[in-house]
Design a protein around this ligand. Sequence first.
Ligand SMILES: Cc1cc(C)cc(S(N)(=O)=O)c1
Ligand SMILES: [Zn+2]
Length: 240
Amino acid sequence: TGHDWGYGVEDGPSLWHQNYPIAKGSRQSPIDILPQTASHDPSLGPIALKYDQCTSINIANNGHSVVVEFEDSDDRSVIQGGPLDNPYRLKQFHFHWGGKGCRGSEHTVEGHSYASELHLVHWNAVKYETFGEAATAPDGLAVLGIFLEGSVTDFKSFNPKCLLPSSLHYWTYLGSLTTPPLHESVTWIVLKEPIAVSEKQMSKFRMLLFTGEEEDQRMRMENNFRPPQPLKGRKVRSSN
Ligand SMILES: Cc1cc(C)cc(S(N)(=O)=O)c1
Ligand SMILES: [Zn+2]
């Protein structure tokens, strides 16, 4: 029942290639970002986020993370600009985090991990009919990655608009979903500036539970992050 993969010793990231051979593909995510080697591309314009009319539908523990789904039947909540050729529609957002301390993000910056990473997932509704179809297309998805670092502040609500840092400077590269099925369909846009969350908020993530094979095997949901994957010649570009 449920998924044939996880983050444990028996089913973790190093074993995913057994059921998902693309795990050893040429554009896998996450990666370790090296700011010095990221080529500054003046043709990369700013990203534009239109989340004002966003309508969240539900929040759920999908056994691997906490996910907030959005109504995506029209273009009311979209990301555009930057490396994207057209608007991509907000579908959901979710988080990855560690068990304690500052490990937990999926992308790293010169080997530095953050406590958590927020992924705002968008799909190319101009070229594709459904999210499922877009999720298997090389230009089908755009995921906005935002680092969360522990600090003693509070953040008010999960409206994605107020989850954004002050600067929208970013790195961008072509990659994949970071959990199975690991489709190589994602244009990653990772913001340089993290947002601050309090240890209290982080502890709330850690109270979420993975759904075990047997319902009574409720394991603590933590360390639901995949380690950095080989760059395999890819270029990471930096906004101005
Ligand atoms: C399997 C999967 C689905 C979705 C919508 C998003 C991801 S991720 N972590 O790459 O943003 C993974
Ligand atoms: Zn994710």
